[in-house]
Design a protein around this ligand. Structure first.
Ligand SMILES: [Zn+2]
Length: 668
């Protein structure tokens, strides 16, 4: 398989939107900024297939020729992320039917029905033609299939495909009725053709909830599989002509709609688009990078970020001086081998004209943004021989599971505020603040690689999971479980016999009831030490079944009942956090769990700095030290006075906001 020469530095480039005289000017300016890569042909389907029986690659040939001459590493997209108008006009089935049952007309992007035979035929055909034409070009270093897969379709083609998918999964109608608990409200069905999609016209409640979570979760699995089948069809069409070039598609972090762990198994390399908002915590962005790295437990590509401004968020603030550089190093620190922008030249019209670019509307290099891009380009050129392929290692695994994400957020009760990602982030944040490396892992990961596993809101416990977690703890692992865990199985039916169901033995507690607290309501957790901390959202009323209490509720009729517990199980321990605690209280519990598991920070000291370690193929450790806080911070003693790879000189003793250094140390 082909690999990149150094760190890929570039981004989405659309010379087709510009007259030819601009192309040469682009090349001159990109060279100046040390840009070595361009992602092309992301939205050009209408151009390269102007009619059903016609292909025209002349302009794309010119673009590929120019970039090859200039020795670029080309990321070649397949263009299937937006449909051509002729196809929508001739074959209305290629457009989606939305959640409200409205069949769409031509317009927008990410708009194809994944189960339309016409779309399937022409998207795979186009990918094959591109591979036949460009697959042998040594400058083509990566295939980029479609763009940001997402959304849903509820058309008749999808309904038919859903029935086939269900027959394969359940075999008989009886099994399906049982899985979806269809006796409820007398929804029993007797024929596969009676199954309708769970949209607003069916089982949907509003846009987020459902009367039958079992159907809706299966639909999400099916929809994710349907789009994955589109990806696989294009990938396989490319592989007929090109066996050497890695194939990816750009993912979107914690995007809800697609089971990215399943997708990653079909991708050669993971890539993703990072668009934090002005108020997104840096810990959240770090978590998304760790999740994207975790999909294949391997380095990934940053396919898109903006050099400065976005256009599609409510408030599109500029990146402050140094912010883009610091954000880029955070990305590399957490496992990226590329830094790519959307986009290289800012478009003149349509909805992304206010989306930032390396070359702004003024058209010259005399901009703050360009200068910052150039500075970063010069630095990355120097790191190119050291960084790519180096790995991140962690003693802590945080479980992330799309089935659980869907199931938890479909539940009707106990609280509308119980969403998935914020709770994962609260637990991740504890480790981030202490520079303890984390791997984001799937539910079927090899747990034995970790000292500490954290499984926040593990509402859905599928077959075999409890046994795998028990085996991990039995051998000496430490496990942290929380409220709303172990409640349902894979079809969202409750594990009977008391919460947390199959985790009850492991946790050594029985949760009898779950109270929901409104945003203005709070309880207290009174710790063993006598200190107390606020808690809310949900309060589980627990009985000890072998576990010890670490803190009890301070108020209400369940005052004195355990709120947080610790259980010994085999050689290991299980912490069960039965309520949503304020940060200081949660930190106290996680301090105990981390100490018990003997997990260590990447380095000692360095308070207020983000420090991440990547280990090179030669066994050297690269410490990325970044300051995202307001205060100037001091480098930890073990890194102070050593050479900063970015400057080649001794690292400064302190870092101000957005300052970064990278320090290399031999394997200790
Ligand atoms: Zn459809």
């Amino acid at each position: 398989m082909k690999t990149f020469n150094g760190i890929l530095y570039g981004g989405d480039y659309n010379p087709n939107q510009w007259p030819r005289e601009i192309w040469d000017e682009d090349m001159r300016m990109f060279r100046d900024a040390r840009i070595n890569s361009a992602t092309i042909n992301v939205f050009s389907w209408a151009k390269i297939q102007p009619a059903e029986d016609q292909y025209n690659f002349s302009e794309l040939d010119d673009m590929v020729d120019m970039l090859s001459r200039e020795n670029y590493e080309i990321v070649l997209a397949t263009s299937t992320g937006a449909l051509p108008a002729w196809m929508a006009a001739k074959y209305p089935e290629v457009e989606r039917t939305d959640y409200e049952g409205r069949h769409h007309k031509f317009g927008h992007r990410h708009n194809a029905c994944p189960n339309s035979p016409v779309f399937q035929k022409y998207s795979a055909a186009l990918a094959g033609k591109l591979a036949e034409r460009y697959g042998s070009n040594p400058h083509v270093k990566c295939w980029h299939i479609s763009n940001e897969y997402g959304g849903e379709c509820y058309c008749e083609n999808c309904a038919r495909a859903f029935r086939v998918w269900l027959q394969k999964k359940y075999g008989t109608i009886e099994e399906l009725n049982k899985a979806w608990n269809m006796e409820f409200w007398g929804h029993t069905i007797y024929d596969w053709d009676e199954i309708v999609l769970p949209n607003a016209l069916g089982e949907g409640i509003g846009t987020e909830k459902t009367a039958f979570a079992g159907i809706s979760i299966d639909y999400r699995r099916f929809n994710s599989d349907s789009m994955l089948a589109n990806f696989v069809a294009e990938r396989d069409a490319i592989r007929v002509y090109d066996k050497e070039t890695p194939i990816t598609t750009n993912l979107m972090g914690t995007y809800k709609g697609l089971d990215y762990f399943k997708w990653a198994r079909e991708m050669d390399i993971v890539s993703w688009d990072n668009y934090p908002r002005y108020d997104t915590p840096w810990s959240h962005t770090a978590m998304c990078h760790d999740l994207m790295r975790g999909l294949k437990d391997a380095p990934f590509m940053l396919m898109e970020q903006t050099p400065s401004q976005q256009n599609w968020q409510p408030y599109n603030s500029l990146k402050r001086p140094g912010q883009m550089r610091a954000q880029s190093y955070q990305t590399l620190a957490h496992g990226a081998d590329t830094i790519q922008f959307f986009q290289l030249r800012r478009s003149v019209g349509a909805c992304e004209k206010f989306h930032g670019a390396v070359i702004e509307h003024v058209g010259t290099e005399n901009t703050r943004v360009f200068r910052e891009v150039k500075q970063l380009g010069e630095e990355l050129e120097k790191l190119g021989g050291i960084l790519p392929g180096s790995v991140n290692q962690a003693q802590v695994g945080v479980i992330f599971d799309w089935d659980n994400y869907w199931a938890l957020e479909y539940t009707s009760g106990p609280s509308v505020d119980l969403t998935y990602v914020p709770h994962i982030h609260e637990y991740y944040r504890y480790f981030y603040d202490r520079n303890i490396a984390v791997n984001m892992i799937p539910v079927d990961a090899d747990f034995s690689k970790y000292k500490l596993i954290v499984a926040p809101v593990l509402y859905m416990v599928k077959d075999g999971m409890a046994q795998a977690l028990e085996a991990f703890v039995e051998k000496g692992g430490t496990l942290v479980l929380t409220y709303m865990s172990g409640i349902v199985g894979q079809s969202d039916n409750v594990h009977l016999g008391g919460y947390p169901g199959p985790l009850r033995r492991l946790a050594g507690v029985w949760v009898e009831e779950i109270d929901a607290l409104a945003p203005e309501q709070f309880n207290q957790v009174v710790m063993d030490s006598g200190e107390s901390c606020k808690c809310g959202l949900v309060c589980e009323l627990m009985h000890l079944e072998g576990a010890e209490s670490l803190g009890t509720y301070g108020d209400d009729f369940y005052k004195g009942m355990p709120a947080v517990t610790r259980n010994s199980f085999g050689k290991g321990h299980v912490y069960y956090v039965g309520t949503h605690m304020e940060e200081a209280g949660l930190d106290r519990i996680l301090d105990k769990a981390a100490a018990e598991a003997e997990v260590e920070s990447v380095v000692s000291g360095g308070e207020g700095l983000e420090i991440v370690c990547r280990k090179t193929k030669e066994g050297k450790k690269l410490y990325f030290v970044m300051n995202f806080g307001e205060q100037e911070r001091t480098l930890p003693a073990c890194l102070a006075g050593r050479k900063d790879l970015l400057t080649g000189e001794k690292a400064a003793d302190t870092l101000k906001k957005y300052e970064v250094c990278i320090i290399e140390a031999e394997e200790s």
